[in-house]
Design a binder for this molecule. Structure first.
Ligand code: ZN
Length: 180
């Protein structure tokens, strides 16, 4: 009996230590967080060598749905950052009927003109070939899919983003603001 109760005590102590560790980790994450999304904190934690580099990365998530809408009409980032943008298609419709991409246009690009050129670029994911009007873009995705791209934030200023699927740019668009 003595032996048994001892080992129970030891087990109890181990369990408590394990609990304590977990709590500490959580607290760590909260202090590192500073308003960033929980996902980015996990990424930062997993690779210590990448911690300093990750401070220059801004994570952005934007969703498109079956109602032909983005869930954001404005995205703000700081100049000089790397933007890691994830586009999620939260609908169920196929790419061929309700495809979405995320296209960041250069300043001065007229959305209507670009959109009309994009319609003719079906074979190139609705991105006009050889265009100089695109700073960054994702591929076209369908319901349930997601895609992540990384690009350097352009110089400070106001830009526009769209989905270039035929007909979508009139409502699937928003401002991409790069702050000093
Ligand atoms: Zn779309």
């Amino acid at each position: 009996m003595k032996f048994l109760s001892k080992s129970i005590l030891v087990l109890g102590a181990v369990a408590m230590i394990a609990c304590g560790d977990k709590k500490e980790e959580k607290e760590d994450k909260i202090t590192i967080g500073d308003g960033a999304s929980p996902q980015s904190q996990t990424t930062t934690k997993s690779s210590e060598s990448g911690t300093s580099a990750d401070e220059d990365v801004v994570e952005v998530t934007i969703e498109g749905n079956d109602q032909m809408r983005f869930n954001k009409d404005e995205i703000r980032v700081k100049a000089g950052k790397t933007v890691r943008l994830t586009l999620k298609h939260v609908g169920e419709m196929e790419k061929s009927v309700m495809g979405h991409n995320w296209v960041l246009l250069t300043q001065g690009t007229v959305i209507n003109e670009f959109g009309q050129k994009a319609v003719q670029a079906k074979d190139n994911d609705y991105i006009p070939e050889g265009t100089d009007a695109v700073i960054a873009h994702t591929k076209m995705i369908g319901g349930g899919e997601e895609v992540t791209i990384e690009f350097e934030a352009p110089e400070a200023g106001e830009y526009e983003f769209i989905c270039s699927f035929p007909g979508h740019y009139s409502v699937m668009k928003g401002k991409f603001i790069v702050e000093e």
